[in-house]
Design a binder for this molecule. Structure first.
Ligand code: ADP
Length: 481
């Protein structure tokens, strides 16, 4: 049994849930406690009590703790990648990449903990000086989704701690294994008791406390748009002071392929962006917008390349595409595949669920490519969150840009072109938080800002130095000596 970590103690929960391997549903990764609401309250109180002690340590002490966490993640990369692949279904090489990224994030913020600076200005009043400094926000609730079981927790927990905040962390129900492993590492990093708390369980049960307890000053959330809205409503509508909040939600990311693209590069970007990590990335290239003159060659290249997308157990050698995360996500993917066909799109490749791989029962789905799709189709409007992509044929670059931006989302967008002029234009005019030139829309660096526009995100960016905007609050001090 894996317990919650609350106020420095490992505690059994109200009940427990089995963590199931989507590559083989007979395989139980472990039993994980589900916290009660009372325990969530205790976690918030413990965090509130610990936060001033954590903030009072020297920057070097905070830095060393974060560096220690990063080093242990690095040292245990193989073992943690195996756990990640086993509980979430991400193919092992991608899972190993995710562990590395989590480690790099802790190392990066170990550095940032030392670089919390300020400004010193003159005043409009004689002799007065003005000091601008950053202080911790206080207690931060961290709510994460299942698709990056280690990297997303890392990119929220590391900056929260680096800037002197205390944390109550609630991971997604489907992937408590990596969350627990990370919490166990953090529990040995020398933080004052109560600084970091792990509260596992169902969002809808714990949400009330984690979002509305007056001890919580800030909420950082990544997940679905509908839950994001609930988080926002709680943060604003709760009694007393509102909470600061940051939301990362869906995407419907366009990858534009122009006539002058290198065809091999275009196919490689689309295959990776659309299907790797089983398409379960909010930055996935789900809309492939292709100009007329290159369209048929691109589709032929995709269909050919998709033959190499070996679907299988996430941990089996040679697997490129692991299973879908669970039954309900698989049903959602299949429902959208059905809708695509009904609305007149042509299924050019894949789209079949396989109940077994090598005799193992799991949630396997052959990556699906739709062609002959229009921007108005449901499959081009709503986030599917699976290995499903559509090709939208357009006349030229002007139409490509219009279609690319015709979406309620704005997380990531890409263009494949060999023209500097086209690259510059799309980089400027794509309405997205992240723009990729000759690269997949997914796959981002750990040390630079991450986040989107429009319906994809709300609040300051995550990651890189920009994380300070959310995880600190600014104080302006006027000093008359
Ligand atoms: P996903 O489709 O990624 O599961 P969700 O938005 O349902 O997206 O879940 C993302 C995270 O939000 C999970 O950790 C989940 O437990 C949590 N969550 C779900 N409902 C609520 C809620 N009402 N309040 C707070 N957190 C919630």
């Amino acid at each position: 049994m894996h317990h919650n970590f609350i106020a420095g103690e490992w505690l059994a929960g109200a009940d427990a849930a089995a963590n199931i391997n989507p590559s083989d549903t007979r395989d139980i990764v472990g039993q994980y406690a589900r916290a009660s609401q009372a325990q969530a309250r205790t976690a918030v109180a413990a965090a509130a009590a610990a936060q001033p002690r954590w903030a009072a340590l020297t920057p070097m002490q905070r830095s060393e703790a974060l560096d220690h966490i990063g080093s242990e993640l690095l040292a245990r990369q193989g073992e943690l990648a195996d756990l990640l692949a086993r509980e979430e279904g991400k193919a092992l090489p991608d899972a190993a990449g995710e562990v590395l990224r989590a480690a790099h994030i802790f190392k990066f913020f170990a550095g940032e903990a030392l670089r919390v600076g300020g400004e010193l200005l003159g005043s409009t009043r004689a002799n007065m000086t003005v000091e601008i400094s950053r202080e911790p926000v206080g207690v931060v609730t961290i709510i994460t989704p299942w698709n990056f079981p280690l990297a997303i927790p890392a990119w929220k927990i590391a900056p929260a701690l680096a800037y002197g905040n205390a944390v109550v962390f609630k991971p997604a129900e489907l992937v408590p294994g990596c969350a627990w492993a990370l919490a166990e590492i953090i529990s040995r990093a020398g933080l004052p008791t109560g600084t970091f708390n792990l509260v596992m369980g169902r969002g809808r049960e714990l949400g009330g406390v984690l979002l509305e307890d007056p001890g919580v000053q800030a909420i950082t959330f990544t997940g679905s748009e509908s839950t994001g809205r609930k988080v926002a409503q709680s943060a604003v509508g709760r009694p007393g002071a509102m909470a600061k909040f940051q939301l990362e939600m869906g995407g419907k990311n366009p990858l534009v392929v122009l006539d002058d693209a290198d065809i091999e590069q275009a196919v490689a970007c689309a295959i990776n962006g659309a299907f790797y990590s089983t398409g379960q990335r909010c930055t996935a290239s789900s809309r492939l917008i292709v100009t007329d003159a290159i369209h048929d060659r691109f589709v032929a290249g995709m269909v050919d390349a998709m033959k190499n997308l070996v679907v299988g157990d996430a941990r089996a050698p040679g697997t490129v595409i692991g299973p879908v995360v669970d039954q309900s996500q698989l049903e959602q993917d299949l429902r959208y595949i059905g809708l695509g066909t009904q609305e007149g799109a042509k299924l050019a490749s894949g789209g079949n669920a396989m109940e077994q791989w090598n005799g193992q029962p799991g949630f396997y789905l052959q990556p699906a490519l739709f062609t002959e799709t229009t921007p108005a189709m449901t499959i081009n409007r709503e986030e599917i969150f699976g290995p499903v992509a559509s090709v939208i044929r357009v006349k030229d670059a002007d139409e490509a840009l219009k279609v690319a931006n015709d979406t309620p989302f704005g997380l990531s967008a890409g263009v494949v072109t060999q023209s500097l002029k086209n690259a510059a234009r799309f980089k400027r005019e794509l309405q997205a938080g992240m723009v990729m030139v000759n690269a997949p829309t997914a796959g981002v660096d750990p040390h630079v800002p991450f986040g989107g526009r429009k319906g994809s995100s709300h609040g300051p960016r995550e990651q890189g130095r920009y994380a300070a905007e959310f995880f600190t609050t600014v104080k302006t001090a006027y000093v008359n000596p």
